[in-house]
Each structure stands twice: as structure tokens, then as C-alpha cells.
Design a binder for this molecule. Structure first.
Ligand code: GUN
Length: 293
């Protein structure tokens, strides 16, 4: 049976370190690291993510300048708010929760955020700098996955890593980061066009699932002893919970866990690490703004 990686516990330890950094910055410079999370509309999943981020901000002792806008807010109004926050020196990070309603062009919105405040790491300047290994903000989920591997002392050097899912937020950036010299993995990025997927996933020392399809990775797709990282978080109906739904990962946990060495659960695996990375990026943004490092 695999070791079930306790992402919530690792995240708690990392958040403590971030909180000390926040307190130190405030003591030395009198400045509170501050994040503005912008939520448009009332998508229940987005509300719950944003609530989690706000809770983490409070725990880390950061200032919270979050803004909630109605679903029918115009693109111009949203862009005007971002322009205002860009110019506000007391705000160090800006995050616009995705997805946005259909009448708003997400790319334009992401491009409007100053790269120095783009703590999501989604702006093309940050993505480009990440690719060439220059200073940037790393996207939070990929960074959270790497942090989890590091904290669990799971070696990545020379490892065969297979990532399933090529999203701009997770799969693509993670493939670039893990093939950096610091992590030194051999990465295969699989997607819907991949032929003989199971043949490829069975070669993985570390298998990362980020497709958003509950239970997609089955036991026959896993090499015995592999490390399994599940990034999927899909809401599925459940009679066992008060809300009527529960989160389910991309991995068929019950059948895969007996076969592998380490596995992340959903919830409580990668999710808490993503929020940690956001806190870390916000502290970094505040320090860079203050010390102009
Ligand atoms: N929606 C789902 N994940 C994310 C994320 O990491 N950042 C933002 N801004 N929106 C999201």
C-alpha cells in the first residue's frame, strides 16, 4: 500500500514559513503583503476556491483587498479595476479567478495585470521568463506539485515523468519546470491526441494526472511502485455529503493506491499546496516591490 501524501499537513508547514516572512516584512518595513482576488459572478466552485484563498490570506497575516463583481460586469469595468489595482502600491498581487463569463476575454484580462503583480504566473511575460529560467512568478499548481515532491524527498533527477493533460495552467508549465536542470526529469506530456496512452503512463516513475476526468487513471495504467500525483478536482454528485457533491480526482484511488509507492488524495493532496504557492508568490511580489530586488 502506498504512502498517502498529506498535502494539507505539508501546506500547513509551508504556510507557517510564509507567515513568518509576512510578519518579518511588516516589522522591518511596516508593509503588509497584500493580495487582491477578483471574483466575477457566482459559480459555486469559484466561490469555494476564492473563500479558501481568503482564509489562507488571513492565516498568513496578509492584507486582503478582494473584490466580488456581478456576472454581468462589463469587460471595460473589469479592466478599469485592474488598472486601478496595478497603480495601487499597497496591493502587491492581483488574481482574477478563472473561468470568467463568456462575454469577457480572459486573455485580455490576464494581459492587463502588471507582470510584477501577476501572482498566478499566467501573464505571457511570466510564462516566457519561466521557460527561459529567468525570474518570474511560477504558476501556483505546478509550483505546488514540485514543492510536494521536494518536501516528500521524492527524487526527480533522471526520473521518467509522465504528465497527462496539457492545460496552460498545469500540464504545460509543469512539463517545462520538471525538465529544468534543477529537477532534471525526462518529461512526456500526454493529451487527448496521445496514442497508446497506457503504454506511456506505465513507463512513469512519477505520473501526474491533470485532465479533469474523475477516475481516468486506472490501475492498469500504473507501473508498480510509481509515484502518483493527482491534480484533478471534479465535483461529482454524492449522497454522503450535506452539499450533495464531493471532489473526485483523476485517479481511481482505491485501485491505484495498493500498487504505487506514493499517492496524493483528493481532496487534501495538491489543492492545499496550490494555495500555499499563491501565498508564497504574494509575499515574493511584496518583497520585490519593496526591496526592488
Ligand atoms: N481557476 C482554477 N484554478 C485557478 C488558478 O490557479 N488561478 C486562477 N486565477 N483561476 C483558477
Amino acid at each position: 500500500m502506498a504512502v498517502v501524501i498529506d498535502g494539507a499537513e505539508i501546506a500547513r508547514r509551508v504556510k507557517e514559513r510564509v507567515a513568518s516572512g509576512v510578519a518579518e516584512l511588516e516589522k522591518e518595513k511596516g508593509v503588509k503583503a497584500c493580495l487582491s482576488v477578483i471574483l466575477v459572478g457566482d459559480d459555486p466552485a469559484s466561490i469555494s476556491y476564492v473563500t479558501g484563498k481568503e482564509k489562507a490570506l488571513a492565516e498568513a497575516g496578509m492584507a486582503d483587498r478582494s473584490v466580488r463583481l456581478p456576472a454581468d460586469v462589463s469587460q471595460e469595468e473589469l479592466l478599469a479595476l485592474i488598472a486601478e489595482l496595478n497603480e495601487d502600491d499597497s496591493v502587491h498581487g492581483i488574481l482574477v479567478q478563472l473561468p470568467l463569463p463568456g462575454h469577457i476575454d480572459s486573455r485580455k484580462v490576464i494581459m492587463a495585470i502588471k507582470p510584477e503583480k501577476d501572482v498566478d504566473g499566467f501573464h505571457p511575460v511570466n510564462l516566457g521568463n519561466m521557460v527561459i529560467g529567468s525570474r518570474s512568478f511560477l504558476p501556483c499548481t505546478p509550483h505546488g506539485v514540485i514543492k510536494l515532491l521536494r518536501e516528500m524527498e521524492i527524487p526527480t533527477d533522471g526520473a521518467d515523468v509522465v504528465i497527462v493533460g496539457r492545460s496552460n495552467i498545469v500540464g504545460k508549465p509543469l512539463s517545462i519546470l520538471l525538465s529544468r536542470r534543477d529537477y532534471n526529469s525526462t518529461v512526456t506530456l500526454c493529451h487527448t491526441g496521445t496514442r497508446n496512452l497506457a503504454d506511456i503512463t506505465r513507463r512513469a516513475d512519477i505520473l501526474i494526472a491533470a485532465v479533469g476526468r474523475p477516475g481516468f487513471i486506472t490501475a492498469d495504467m500504473v507501473k508498480p511502485g510509481a509515484v502518483i500525483i493527482d491534480v484533478g478536482t471534479t465535483r461529482v454528485p454524492s449522497t454522503a455529503t450535506k452539499s450533495g457533491w464531493k471532489l473526485k480526482g483523476d485517479v481511481d484511488f482505491d485501485n491505484v493506491a495498493p500498487k504505487c509507492s506514493y499517492i496524493t488524495p483528493v481532496p487534501g493532496g495538491v489543492g492545499p499546496m496550490t494555495i500555499c504557492s499563491l501565498m508564497r508568490n504574494t509575499l515574493l511580489a511584496a518583497k520585490r516591490a519593496i526591496y526592488t530586488l
